[in-house]
Ligand binder design. Structure first.
Ligand code: PLP
Length: 277
């Protein structure tokens, strides 16, 4: 049975009902988080709390993040899953009428769900490379994901596993992850801006890379430079570090093999998964 928590009430997911007037449904007016629970602990919980707060602030939605996470604790206890994926969605709520501007009286909808999940090392994968067709505020973890959905669908339909995106020929991120490039002992990733999500895994990778002696460079990356990198990988809470060995267009990345630097990072990440607060 899949458990969820809707506005503070725990229930099997089949029993959850949300109004069609919910602004999350009508406008995509809401934000979300996805977290991995490993060995009974939410990985990088405080970073997810801070990012949820910043997404809520960015869309002018006032909800107590502490209360949301108290719900998460109750839900994890109820579900009893030690390794799980936890989804949090907060929308502006259901209004009487459909109006783009915020209604004056409205109470947010807080929806939490938990499902079974095991963090596993990802296989060498293929990415399509496409113009970033999304809006310009991607640092907000918004539930309006139509651009990401269309890009991931295009990747899947062509037998690939991700879509790496670029704006004016500069890499932004991927449809569900952040992008890293390895060249020798250097690890490059696009700098934080409105155009990319400040990934929690990105944050951890940067910390670990410095610890294992890689030179971290947060600078714009030209999309044409991807194929001749030594390695490319993408990062996210649910997929961890996923090596990209083939690009479409672009062909093979480097010599098509995983680099020593990637394997060292992967080992450090696996170790960290089991020890971070
Ligand atoms: N970028 C996008 C567009 C994402 O959807 C995600 C995760 O879902 C990420 C980056 C990676 O973020 P995190 O490492 O916090 O999971």
């Amino acid at each position: 049975m899949t458990w969820c928590c809707l506005n503070g009430t725990m229930m099997p997911i089949e029993q959850a009902k949300i109004s069609p007037m919910d602004r999350g449904f009508l406008f995509g007016d809401g934000v979300y988080e996805v977290m991995a629970r490993v060995d009974g602990r939410i990985r990088a919980k405080s970073l997810h709390q801070a990012r949820l707060q910043s997404s809520l602030d960015a869309i002018g939605l006032s909800v107590s993040v502490d209360d949301v996470f108290a719900g998460v604790d109750q839900l994890t206890e109820k579900a009893g899953l030690l390794d799980a994926k936890i989804y949090i969605q907060v929308t502006r709520g259901a209004a009487a009428a459909r109006d783009h501007a915020f209604p004056s009286k409205i109470s947010p909808t807080v929806f939490l769900t938990i499902s079974e999940f095991a963090a596993v090392s990802q296989k060498p994968s293929i990415a399509i490379v496409r113009p970033d067709i999304r809006w310009r505020r991607n640092s907000i973890k918004s539930v309006s994901l139509l651009g990401n959905v269309l890009l991931m669908q295009e990747a899947r339909a062509s037998g690939a596993h991700e879509a790496i995106l670029h704006r004016d020929h500069l890499v932004t991120e991927a449809s569900t992850s952040n992008v890293f490039v390895i060249r020798g002992q250097s690890l490059m990733t696009p700098p934080l801006s409105d155009l990319i999500l400040p990934g929690i895994t990105r944050h951890l990778v940067i910390e670990m890379a410095s610890q294992i002696g890689l030179n971290v460079i947060e600078e714009p990356i030209h999309v044409d430079s991807l194929p001749d990198a030594d390695g490319v990988f993408v990062s996210s809470s649910t997929r961890g570090l996923m090596p990209i060995v083939e690009l479409d267009p672009g062909g093979q990345v480097g010599n098509g093999q995983l680099t020593q630097a990637f394997m060292a990072l992967q080992a450090a990440y696996d170790e960290r998964l089991h020890h971070h607060e």
